[in-house]
Ligand binder design. Structure first.
Ligand code: BTN
Length: 327
C-alpha cells in the first residue's frame, strides 16, 4: 500500500518545475527542508517508479513518472481542501468501501481517499457486484464525517455522481445522471456510486462514498451480460485518459460540492446535479424495495428524493432503480 505524503510531493513538484538539474542543497533551501529529508524523498520517489537522474556536481533531474495509479500524481497541484487530503492506494482489495470502513472505525480522518487498482469483491447498490478488473479503471472510496442530519445523506451520493459528471464534461463528453447516482454516457452506465452511512440515533457518524468509474476498459472486456448497458470513458472518447488526472478532477469537484453541503447550500448542490439529469417530465418505472412505482417525474426535493406523479397521487421515493418508460 502507498500513501501520499507531503515531502516527496513537494520534492516532485520542485523537480517538475525545474528547467535544469537542481542540487539537493537548492531543494532543501527552497523547500525549507533538511538535505537528509530531500534525499529520503528522492529515494522514495525512485522506489515508486519515478525516474530521477542524479549527477555529481549537477544535481537531480526528473526523467519520467510511473505509469499507472499514483497517490502523488493524484494529489499534485490539487486544489481540494478536505476531500483527498490523503490518498491511499492498494494494488488489490476486496472492496475499497470495506477498506475505508475499517479505517474509519480506527479513526481515519475526514477526506481520506482509499483507492485500489483492482477489487476482488467490488460492491454495487442493492446487493449487486461491481466488475473491477485491474489496470484500467477507478475504484475509490472517500471517507466523510459530515455534520448533516441523516435525511440529507442521500445528497452525498448525488454529489459523487455530480463530481464525476463534471469531470467527464470537462473532458469534452456529454454525461447524464440517472437518478439517483448513475452516470451515463450515450445512455450506457460509466459510473456507479455507493454511499454507505454509519449513523447513531439521529446522528451521522461517517459516510463512505464509493465511486467506480469504467475508465480505459475496452467494450470486449466487459462480461457479456453487461455489454449492452455499460460503457467506458475510453470507448466514448475514442482515446485512453490519464486515470490520475481524472481521479484528481473528480476529487476536486467533490470537495467543492461537499463544502457547499457543509454550508447548507442544498439548492446549489441540487442545481449542479440537475444540470445533468434528464428525467423530469418523463414517464418512468421505479423498482424500490420490491415495489414497482410507475408515473411521471415531477422533480427532486432538497433531500435528493424523487417525486413521482402516479394515478393514485404524488409519491416521494427515497431510493430505487429508475427506468425511463417513454422519452
Ligand atoms: C452501483 O451499483 O451503481 C454502485 C457501484 C459502486 C462501485 C464502487 S467501486 C469503489 C467502491 N467500492 C465498492 O466496493 N463499491 C464502490
Amino acid at each position: 500500500m502507498t500513501t501520499s505524503s507531503e515531502v516527496p510531493l513537494r520534492v516532485l513538484g520542485f523537480l517538475r518545475e525545474a528547467e535544469d538539474y537542481v542540487s539537493g542543497q537548492q531543494m532543501a533551501q527552497r523547500l525549507g527542508l533538511s538535505r537528509a529529508s530531500v534525499w529520503k524523498a528522492i529515494d522514495e520517489l525512485r522506489r515508486r517508479g519515478y525516474r530521477i537522474e542524479g549527477r555529481a556536481k549537477k544535481g537531480y533531474r526528473l526523467l519520467g513518472v510511473p505509469e499507472g495509479l499514483d497517490p502523488l500524481l493524484i494529489r499534485e497541484g490539487m486544489r481540494a481542501r478536505v476531500v483527498g487530503r490523503r490518498v491511499h492506494l492498494a494494488e488489490e482489495v476486496d472492496s475499497t468501501n470495506s477498506w475505508a470502513l475499517q479505517r474509519a472505525l480506527k479513526g481515519a480522518e475526514e477526506g481520506e481517499v482509499f483507492l485500489a487498482d483492482a477489487q476482488r469483491a467490488g460492491r454495487g447498490r442493492v446487493g449487486r457486484s461491481w466488475f473491477s478488473p485491474p489496470g484500467s479503471n477507478l475504484y475509490m472510496s472517500v471517507l466523510l464525517r459530515p455534520k448533516l442530519p441523516p435525511s440529507k445523506v442521500p445528497l452525498l451520493g448525488l454529489c459523487g455522481a455530480t463530481a464525476v459528471a463534471e469531470a467527464l464534461r470537462d473532458l469534452g463528453l456529454d454525461p447524464e445522471i440517472k437518478w439517483p447516482n448513475d452516470v451515463l454516457l450515450g445512455g450506457k452506465k460509466v459510473c456507479g456510486v455507493l454511499a454507505e452511512a454509519h449513523t447513531e440515533a439521529d446522528r451521522v457518524l461517517f459516510v463512505v462514498l464509493g465511486i467506480g468509474i469504467n475508465v480505459n476498459m475496452d467494450p470486449e472486456q466487459f462480461p457479456e451480460e453487461l455489454r449492452e448497458q455499460a460503457t467506458s470513458v475510453k470507448a466514448e472518447l475514442g482515446r485512453a485518459v490519464d486515470r490520475n488526472a481524472l481521479a484528481r478532477a473528480v476529487l476536486e469537484a467533490l470537495d467543492g460540492l461537499y463544502a457547499s453541503l457543509g454550508k447548507g447550500d442544498y439548492a446549489g448542490v441540487l442545481a449542479r446535479w440537475k444540470a445533468f439529469s434528464r428525467v423530469e417530465g418523463r414517464e418512468v418505472i421505479i423498482e424500490a424495495l420490491g415495489e414497482r412505482i410507475e408515473g411521471v417525474v415531477q422533480g427532486v426535493d432538497e433531500d435528493g428524493a424523487l417525486w413521482i406523479k402516479t394515478p393514485q397521487g404524488s409519491r416521494r421515493v427515497l431510493s430505487g432503480d429508475l427506468r425511463v418508460r417513454r422519452w
